[in-house]
Design a protein around this ligand. Structure first.
Ligand SMILES: Cc1cc2nc3c(=O)[nH]c(=O)nc-3n(C[C@H](O)[C@H](O)[C@H](O)COP(=O)(O)OP(=O)(O)OC[C@H]3O[C@@H](n4cnc5c(N)ncnc54)[C@H](O)[C@@H]3O)c2cc1C
Length: 550
């Protein structure tokens, strides 16, 4: 059989994994990337990957199984998860981890203790095991490509990985500054940089060099199959013929029309790379793809910050709202959610509507904290320095009443909300929203108090008081063309469109509205990229699956 030519569009985690797999499946591979640098949002990320039943988890002694993981996902489905896709994800995940480790520089290490995001549901893991981190990687191994990988505006010091922070440790330990300095000299980078660096090295070893500043525009279809793609390059438009095209172009979170058309509620502040404008979705629709999961995104509370602080002018609000001595309130100055719940679960809270007022009940909303919080934790988007005053853009006032006036909510209502919160804290239980009852809340709270709800419960009783407005954001969207168990895009009749594949945030997510655990989005990107690459390259994945069965 003649060697197949596979074209991969996009160079994030899904695209590079697809490229490696397609090559190893026998194909000649070309990668085209719209941005002038490679890596996509994946290179900006924490690089965590959530793979149930992986072999590192087994080595840790955590009992897990495909069945348990499937039970967990389906318990969170709300009828949004296609069980066959969840099964494909769970079957291929451990195979992918082992394959990449055995055949490429990609390595993973488990993060003991990091709980699933809904660990109390059947099949959930409150003591962790499913989350993997990608160890640091020396970018000196990448030659000229070291400078061609997009740097994260959010994790500004690439030498520090999540495993160096309390979030990545069972027993938080002091920072090893000498080690951090050594990493700097060796240009060793962690998080998403490490994952993309390692995947890129795997590509280079296979002779695959992505072409950057190349935006795919339209698929070429012939006799009912996808036969290539039209691409805008710096040298002009080209048509690249191919036996298969893999869409790995990320979500549509930067496309206002698509967001208005598809999302179930406001998402004003995406934090992904701005080249993710739904190009892959458009191409798939034109090729006749059936769509799925369109209303969903990987939701994330976000705050606007000065661009001198973070170049995007945005920052994710994750751990900050789980710390004691902070609450969130809506326009009525009322709490509306377990503030320490996982970020993705904020989507439904932000989209809740008041039927009478006909507006979004919980937007706008604010994170409120007190001087006690500042003394203990400081307040910074990248982690605060205890005792250091919050940046100037944070609203502050000596009393709760004055703070209410400054943010435009009713003073008496805010005082009453804080009074009730403080009473609940004193009683050790958040009767209203159950904050501190889930393993997730405790893990993300104050690591020094990790034993129980005190990790996240604490009064607001020491002025001055502070407020920051929280926006409805997302890491990316998760709706798009539906795929089968090989990541082959399906048409309106449920039949595979020959030659067309999708992986990562461009596709209809196998996880529905759920975020299973730390690394939940990149896991889907890597696993479906892996499946797409193998199938597009022409070799069945089945023998690999059998060989890697735990
Ligand atoms: C700060 C931060 C931390 C995060 N941490 C984690 C984490 O630890 N674990 C986790 O699971 N998730 C995390 N996420 C989310 C995660 O990074 C993304 O959901 C995931 O990386 C998406 O992968 P992808 O391959 O689908 O898309 P991307 O990595 O965004 O790649 C898509 C690529 O396609 C390119 N592209 C777009 N259109 C075209 C076109 N027409 N032609 C060619 N190329 C095109 C884009 O330029 C981009 O490079 C985080 C996100 C952020 C912002």
């Amino acid at each position: 059989m003649a060697q197949r030519h596979v074209v991969v569009l996009g160079s994030g985690g899904s695209g590079l994994t697809a490229a490696v797999a397609a090559h190893d499946s026998g194909a000649r591979v070309s990668v085209f990337e719209k941005h002038h640098q490679i890596g996509g949002t994946t290179a900006w990320s924490g690089g965590l990957v959530w793979i149930p039943n992986n072999h590192h988890e087994q080595a840790l002694g955590v009992a897990d199984s495909r069945e348990e993981a499937l039970t967990y996902l389906m318990a969170l489905s709300n009828d949004m998860i296609d069980p066959s896709l969840a099964e494909a994800f769970l079957d291929a995940g451990p195979v992918m981890v082992r394959y990449l480790e055995d055949n490429t520089p990609v390595r993973f290490r488990p993060i003991p203790g990091f709980p699933d995001y809904h660990a109390e549901h059947p099949g959930g893991k409150p003591d962790g095991g499913r989350a993997l981190d990608c160890p640091l990687y020396p970018f000196t191994e990448l030659g000229d490509w070291a400078d061609r990988i997009t740097r994260s505006p959010y994790f500004q010091d690439p030498r520090i990985s999540i495993c160096d922070t309390p979030l990545g440790q069972v027993e938080p330990r002091p920072f090893d500054f000498e080690e951090i300095a050594r990493r700097g000299e060796a240009d060793e980078r962690g998080n998403g940089q490490a994952l993309i660096g390692r995947l890129m090295r795997a590509c280079l070893e296979r002779g695959i060099e992505p072409r950057t500043s190349c935006r795919a525009l339209e698929l070429l279809t012939e006799d009912g199959r996808v036969a290539g793609v039209r691409i805008e390059t710096p040298e002009g438009e080209i048509t690249e013929r191919a036996d298969a095209v893999i869409l790995a172009t990320g979500g549509f979170e930067w496309n206002e029309d698509f967001k208005r058309a598809f999302l179930r509620g406001p998402m004003t502040h995406p934090v992904s790379i701005a080249t993710n404008t739904g190009d892959g979705l458009k191409m798939a629709m034109k090729a006749g793809a059936m769509l799925g999961n369109m209303r969903e995104a990987w939701w994330m509370p976000v705050v606007e910050v000065p661009t001198e602080e973070v170049s995007t002018g945005l920052s994710l609000v994750a751990g900050q709202r789980s710390l004691p001595r902070s609450i969130m309130v809506n326009r009525k100055a009322q709490r509306f959610v377990n503030e320490a719940t996982n970020y993705n679960a904020f989507g439904p809270a932000f989209h809740e509507q008041d039927a009478n007022a006909f507006d979004y009940r919980n937007l706008p909303c604010w994170l409120i904290f007190d001087q006690g919080y500042v003394d203990l934790y400081g307040f910074g988007m990248m982690g605060g320095v205890p005792g250091e005053p919050p940046p100037q853009w944070v609203t502050r006032a000596p009393t709760l009443a004055a703070l209410a006036e400054r943010i435009g909510v009713e003073a008496g209502a805010l005082e009453a909300t804080v009074q009730r919160w403080n009473q609940q804290v004193a009683a050790g239980r958040d009767e209203d929203f159950g904050r501190g009852e889930a393993a997730h809340d405790i893990w993300w709270g104050d690591a020094a108090r990790r034993g129980g709800p005190e990790a996240t419960l604490g009064p607001l009783d020491r002025g001055p008081y502070f407020a920051v407005e929280i926006k409805s954001g997302a890491l990316g969207t998760k709706g798009g063309p539906r795929v089968d168990q090989n990541a082959n895009v399906l048409d309106l009749d449920g039949q595979p469109i020959p030659g067309l594949y999708a992986a990562g945030n461009v596709m209809s997510s196998p996880l529905g509205m759920t975020y299973g655990g730390p690394g939940g989005t990149i896991s889907c990107a890597l696993v479906f990229g892996f499946l797409a690459g193998w199938d597009a390259g022409g070799q069945p994945l089945l023998p690999l699956r059998e060989a890697a069965a735990p």
